[in-house]
Design a protein around this ligand. Structure first.
Ligand code: ZN
Length: 219
């Protein structure tokens, strides 16, 4: 998404919103890490898909914190997060209470869904919220929503491709041109379009400007 991440020498800024808010756990996993500040990520929301994840959601925000991490820490995080199969990394812009914004990287789940977290895991996160003095409102809401048959967004629940009408069983992805939920073969076709790189560039530009809800060049 955003191409440049704020770098501090070879160190980078990592946005934690789940179990790594827990300072004891974070220090164990990432011995070089330094806690920086509490921040919020706008137009996303916290959800549980067994483990914590964030999804785009206009008007919502994810509260979390940033840590400065070393290349060694990042390798440890990648292993813990099951990168790149379970989680992938994206770059986002987060904002501190004083209005300062930071370009950071964050792990998001590759496959979206909702499922209840295990108690031990939930308690680890809950302690993390306490460590950073973050209100637990969004955390509790995410837990409650994971229990019920909560309809996240038609994107995650629809069965057929918006473009070809085919099944989405093998995977779904949002079009780079608009907000269509499309199948993977339609995505492959889309990548062949002559203006595909323009569409990608436009999306990157909007995200860099802080517009996470850009509808695409044909949206
Ligand atoms: Zn399709």
């Amino acid at each position: 998404m955003v191409k440049t991440i704020q770098k501090v020498g070879k160190r980078m800024l990592y946005f934690a919103y789940g179990s790594n808010l827990n300072m004891v756990q974070m220090k164990k996993r990432c011995p070089d890490s330094v806690p920086i500040t509490k921040v919020r990520l706008k137009n996303y929301k916290l959800v549980f898909n067994r483990v914590a994840d964030i999804i785009k959601s206009e008007g919502d925000e994810v509260e979390g914190a940033i840590y400065e991490v070393s290349p060694r820490d990042i390798r440890n995080l990648d292993a813990y997060e099951g990168y790149p199969r379970l989680y992938t990394k994206v770059e986002v812009i987060v904002e501190a209470d004083n209005g300062k914004s930071y370009e950071v990287f964050v792990y998001v789940m590759v496959k979206k869904g909702l499922a209840e977290p295990q108690e031990y895991y939930y308690n680890t996160i809950s302690q993390g919220f306490k460590d950073w003095d973050i209100s637990k409102v969004t955390l509790e809401k995410a837990k409650n929503q994971s229990k019920i048959d909560y309809k996240v967004d038609s994107f995650f629940t629809q069965k057929y491709c918006d473009r070809c009408g085919g099944s989405l069983k093998k995977g779904r992805i949002m079009s780079m041109y608009n907000e269509n939920c499309i199948c993977l073969s339609c995505k492959d076709k889309e990548r062949q379009e002559v203006d595909y790189s323009d569409a990608v560039e436009a999306e990157h530009l909007e995200i860099r400007k802080g517009n996470y809800n850009y509808k695409g060049i044909k949206g």
